[in-house]
Write a protein that binds this ligand. Structure first.
Ligand SMILES: NC(=O)c1ccc[n+]([C@@H]2O[C@H](COP(=O)([O-])OP(=O)(O)OC[C@H]3O[C@@H](n4cnc5c(N)ncnc54)[C@H](OP(=O)(O)O)[C@@H]3O)[C@@H](O)[C@H]2O)c1
Length: 318
């Protein structure tokens, strides 16, 4: 089968469009014919070797965590899925394997695709939306009426975070640049701050939750903008969050570093939010599988609005 793989770590030039072995279906896996995948910043961080302590040196390595496609075969211990099912999945473990025509998926990280999304729209959801959901619901324990600030509201994680926070009936402030203000408002944000005009950490407004989706700030900069029991959540490790994560174990304001974990229950939860119209999939650009290098370049620019999708196969016309 065709796949985009790397044989060493490096720049976009190490991404090769090659033939690799089609995965075998073991007894507890689904073989999925992938229609679409999407790019997450972790993909190019793996490509550059930034996570090599986790990814090791076993090449060729097929990257990509998000999958939307059709089940073509199931292992004999699989009971929840059958051939022909349209699914979406958040591949686990690292480094994924979604930049390919087929993948073997554990049912524990797969779910039937939201019926109102195309495969391309569905592929934009798994990793980014799971991150936003788990950070807000599980880590911050978001509640109705709380004041929530989403920093990086126009990014892959941010667009889902704004919508999920609104689904929880929070009062949401999104932080983005001028060109994305209308989009973030259209996702339901009650207020939008243009970070090029105004630094939210220099304002007097206080929040129950500051979700640093783009993760370019620190707890120490934001703590005066938290209400007494407020929580700051960051998605990338830094010296500040590691130290403050420990120190704030003993204070009412909390600093938390969070890593998402793939699971089918949360994809089912998101499917419900999507099918009831509370959450939309926002696709910025779509690239064919052979052009993942271009998609990585765009993601690395830090300017993507919502998600960058990789189209692997044509949609099936019913
Ligand atoms: N820990 C985890 O489990 C986990 C999970 C998912 C992602 N992450 C990490 O979280 C980060 C964000 O991921 P993502 O997928 O949302 O990234 P992304 O889609 O690449 O983010 C791009 C967005 O960031 C916005 N942005 C750039 N500079 C900004 C600033 N100074 N203030 C506010 N917004 C700004 C951009 O808007 P403008 O063009 O308007 O500036 C753009 O819309 C990445 O580093 C990723 O690796 C971690």
């Amino acid at each position: 089968m065709k796949a985009i793989a790397i044989n060493k770590y490096g720049s976009v030039d190490v991404l090769e469009y090659i033939d690799v072995e089609k995965p075998l279906v073991t007894s507890d896996r689904l073989l999925v014919k992938i229609s679409a995948s999407s790019v997450n910043p972790i993909d190019w961080k793996i490509r550059k070797g930034m996570l090599r302590v986790l990814t090791g040196n076993k090449f060729p390595m097929v990257l990509g965590f998000d999958v939307a496609g059709e089940v073509v075969e199931v292992g004999d211990r699989v009971t929840d899925f059958k051939p022909g099912d349209p699914i979406y999945a958040y591949l686990d473990p690292i480094p994924g394997g979604a930049y390919a025509e087929y993948t073997a998926v554990s049912p524990q990280v797969a779910c039937l695709k939201p019926t109102n999304l195309t495969y391309e729209q569905a592929a934009a959801v798994p990793l980014a939306a799971t991150t936003a959901l788990q950070a807000l619901r599980d880590k911050a324990e978001i509640k109705k009426g709380q004041k929530v600030l989403i920093n990086g509201a126009s990014g892959g994680v941010g667009v889902f975070a704004v919508q999920i926070a609104k689904a929880y009936q929070a009062e949401v402030t999104g932080v983005c640049s001028n060109k994305n203000i209308e989009l973030v408002k259209s996702l339901g944000a009650d207020k939008v701050i243009d970070y090029k005009q105004q630094d939210f950490t220099k304002e007097t407004e206080k929040y129950d939750i500051i979700f640093d989706a783009v993760s370019n700030r620190e707890f120490s900069e934001c703590k005066d903008n938290l209400l007494p029991q407020g929580i700051y959540i960051k998605l990338l490790p830094s010296f500040d969050i590691l130290v403050q994560g420990f120190l704030t174990l003993f204070t009412s304001k909390k600093a938390k570093l969070f890593f998402a974990k793939a699971n089918s229950k949360d994809l089912t939860y998101l499917k419900d939010l999507i099918e009831t119209g509370k959450v939309k999939s926002i696709v910025d650009r779509t690239y064919p599988l052979s052009e993942v290098a271009e998609a990585h370049r765009y993601s690395e620019s830090g300017r993507a609005v919502g998600k960058i999708v990789i189209k692997v196969a044509d949609e099936k016309i019913e």
